[in-house]
Design a protein around this ligand. Structure first.
Ligand SMILES: Nc1ncnc2c1ncn2[C@@H]1O[C@H](COP(=O)(O)OP(=O)(O)OP(=O)(O)O)[C@@H](O)[C@H]1O
Ligand SMILES: [Mg+2]
Length: 384
């Protein structure tokens, strides 16, 4: 099972850091593809050797937790005592030093193939499409990318879990835009997802119950290829405004899924695995059966349309090895597939359910919990 740190040789350290420094650390670690705890450990090691140790303003600090290799925090505390500075100050200086010696990578050239599109799909219900699409989008937002989450499920779980109302059945909606029945701009329907270090970069397109009729309407439409292209056409205007468009799909395999899969295809000129599909699964046999069906549908679409659709990876969710052989052997089977890879194995974690109950984004509700760390790990692997 993957955990973000090996518990046996790490110890939890709780301190207070100014919000700006915390945010800078999260963004930089993400940009450089490093874990926060590795960055802090490297910073502490370097700080202990450093000659210059400029004072960092730690006023207005809020709680920050990380995990350091056992014994390292003890050494830092001793150094702080010798230097007559607080432990907080020592840690803040270490982080500042790491940031100053690990600059932000050069910005990539602007993309000519539109926003990157990540589709979370699996027709099996309750496997974690909504929770992982939401959590990883928050992590992508934290990394500094403008991201929009599309609630493509008429059940509207994502919308409700983030504390928003579903769009009124008679009001403009994504489905109406897809069917050419809406007036106005799609971007006017977006709402901000607030709180956390992703604020101002993360938006939601709320769900509407009219999407229940989408499959039937797409099936009977006379417009050529609308079944595949409807979502792409509707979302096109958003691609100028966002770096990432993340789709939380409903648990179904109909045309709604086809249009989302088509949208997640590798476009001409786009690097492989830049956009694609993430498949949350459980470590049990019914999940394997469901994947076979989804896989067949994806292959059919690839052949019918002559396109490429990248499978970016599985997320094995709510894994509990205490469930015995069925769980452990199922996990092994997911891992043995190899391509796509298993991006993460997530245990059953209370913070996920608590955040849903509180109608708050997970990474704002409990930014330092294991579930939030896993979401950042998945995001880093997905965006590469
Ligand atoms: N790792 C986890 N630990 C604890 N609870 C979890 C975890 N992952 C998801 N959940 C909870 O399990 C339930 C189902 O998850 P989620 O809604 O993300 O699945 P889904 O695949 O989107 O479901 P649906 O198919 O109905 O859209 C939710 O209540 C969610 O909060
Ligand atoms: Mg869902």
């Amino acid at each position: 099972m993957t955990t973000p740190y090996p518990p046996e040789d790490r110890e939890k350290v709780v301190t207070k850091l100014p919000t700006e420094l915390r945010r800078e650390l999260k963004v930089r670690a993400a940009e450089l593809g490093t874990d926060i705890q590795t960055a802090v450990a490297e910073g502490v090691e370097a700080w202990r050797e450093a000659k210059d140790r400029p004072v960092v303003d730690t006023a207005g600090g809020t709680s920050f937790a990380t995990y350091l290799p056992t014994g390292l925090y003890g050494k830092l505390k001793k150094d702080c005592t010798v230097q007559k500075i607080t432990y907080n100050q020592g840690l803040a200086q270490s982080i500042r030093l790491w940031l100053d010696t690990h600059p932000s990578p050069a910005p990539r050239p602007p993309r000519t193939t539109g926003a990157r599109r990540i589709v979370y799909g699996n027709q099996k219900g309750g496997v974690g499409k909504t929770s992982t699409s939401a959590g990883t989008s928050q992590a992508i937002g934290e990394m500094g990318h403008r991201t929009v989450l599309i609630d493509f499920d008429p059940q509207g779980h994502l919308t409700k879990q983030l504390g928003y109302q579903m769009l009124d059945i008679d009001a403009p909606s994504l489905a109406k835009h897809m069917l050419g029945e809406a007036k106005g701009e799609l971007r006017d329907l977006l709402v901000p997802i607030k709180g956390g270090d992703f604020e101002d970069r993360l938006w939601l397109l709320p769900a509407c119950k009219d999407a229940f009729l989408l499959d039937a309407k797409l099936a009977t439409s006379r417009t050529v290829r609308i079944k595949e292209t409807a979502l792409e056409k509707a979302l096109e205007p958003l691609e100028q405004d966002f770096d990432y468009i993340v789709i939380d799909c409903p648990p179904s395999l109909g045309y709604t899924m086809d249009t989302a899969l088509y949208y997640g295809r590798t476009r001409e000129g786009e690097e492989p695995n830049t956009s694609g599909v993430v498949i949350p699964v459980l470590a049990e046999d019914t999940s394997a059966d469901a994947y076979d069906m989804l896989y067949d549908q994806i292959q059919d679409l690839i052949e019918d349309m002559g396109i490429d659709i990248a499978l970016l990876g599985f997320v094995v969710n709510m894994y509990d090895s205490r469930k015995g052989y069925v769980a452990t052997s199922s996990l092994e089977e997911w891992q043995n597939i190899g391509d796509p890879p298993v991006l993460a194995v997530i245990p059953e974690l209370k913070e996920q359910r608590e955040a849903v109950r509180m109608k708050q984004p997970l990474l704002a509700y409990e930014p330092d919990c294991e579930q939030s760390m896993v979401m950042r790990t998945i995001a880093r692997k997905v965006i590469g």
